[in-house]
Design a protein around this ligand. Structure first.
Ligand code: HEM
Ligand code: HEM
Length: 177
């Protein structure tokens, strides 16, 4: 088995794009914006929609990952590196799910579903940090970002320093042989 299942490959790259949109849009555009800014509601609505699409894709991805065959570990003879890689992969799943859970925690505490989608007409709280899950969302955001950087550096190291064509494992093509 030379590559991951094509469905997992597609899901890997689509969720990556959505995650970048949520991470960059959330931290650079949405969080610094005051809750009294009229544009904030639109931002939060879009952020919640993207977050929930990510949730659906991550569940699908987990199911495909658990049910499909995948290639053997990339470092056949380095057990420590194999262990580190699989821990990083598990961590990526875990932190994405924690990001979604803490996002939902904040949203429910602030009654956002009713405000953003139910037309309740209530105003946003002055600052989401009055709710504990908001702090969790920030901490997990930092940890997830670090893990993603580590993952990308490792993938590029394999590809361009070790020259073992690791990226091909996460791309489409013949899987057997
Ligand atoms: C994997 C999915 C998600 C990612 C990557 C993500 C990312 C982010 C980031 C980077 C921030 C800004 C953090 C900061 O600078 O402190 C943020 C804020 C926030 N997110 Fe998410 N988020 C996700 C899912 C969700 C979901 C599902 C919800 C709600 C149902 C949500 C609700 C919020 C709220 C309410 C804020 C606070 C905005 C503010 O402080 O003004 N997030 N998110
Ligand atoms: C939001 C960003 C990303 C996340 C959350 C992520 C997550 C993951 C996860 C969890 C796996 C293990 C396979 C699976 O269970 O699905 C994986 C594999 C892989 N990823 Fe990413 N990834 C991201 C971005 C990237 C980027 C930008 C690259 C390329 C530079 C990349 C290259 C790879 C490669 C080559 C593999 C296969 C590794 C192997 O065969 O051991 N990923 N990724």
């Amino acid at each position: 088995m030379k590559r991951y299942h094509p469905a997992l490959v597609a899901l890997h790259w689509i969720t990556m794009l959505l995650l970048f949109a949520a991470l960059l849009g959330g931290s650079l555009n949405m969080a610094p914006m005051s809750n009294s800014d009229p544009q904030k509601l639109e931002m939060l609505r879009l952020h919640m929609i993207i977050g929930n699409v990510i949730l659906a894709l991550m569940v699908l991805r987990l199911v495909v990952r658990l049910r499909s065959e995948h290639p053997p570990s990339a470092n056949m003879d380095n057990r420590l590196q194999n262990k580190a890689a699989s821990l990083v992969h598990i961590g990526l799943y875990l932190f994405v799910f924690l990001m979604i859970a803490s996002g939902w925690g904040t949203a429910l505490a602030a009654d956002l579903p009713a405000i953003l989608f139910g037309g309740s007409g209530a105003v946003l709280p002055e600052d989401f940090y009055e709710f504990a899950p908001r702090l969790v969302h920030r901490i997990v955001f930092i940890l997830l970002s670090l893990l993603i950087v580590l993952h990308i550096v490792a993938a590029l190291y394999h590809q361009f320093v070790q020259k073992d064509h690791l990226l091909g494992r996460m791309w489409f093509g013949k899987r057997k042989g």
